[in-house]
Write a protein that binds this ligand. Sequence first.
Ligand SMILES: [Zn+2]
Length: 107
Amino acid sequence: MQDFEDVRWRLVQRREELRDRLQRFEDQLNAPADPDVEDRSVEREDDEPMETLGLSGQRELTAIDAALKRFADGTFGVCVTCGDTISDARLALLPHTPFCKTCAPSD
Ligand SMILES: [Zn+2]
């Protein structure tokens, strides 16, 4: 059994970071519109990239939560598709991945 404590620590840290960032996104999105801005279409264009970023952050957060749950279950580091051990090098790069290199849909 490998020792994943450092990986788990990184996931916990990353989760906190993402939660902070997503909270800030939400605050910005919910902020009242500037009454001086006449052209709303310009304003809306500015919102889009921010929402996209929020969405990718949300996805990563979901993946991290799932990874931490696998820690609790004792299945962390094992591919959810084929059951093979995920390599240390891969976990160092993508600590929240549920797939081994062979089963990963991309990368
Ligand atoms: Zn696999």
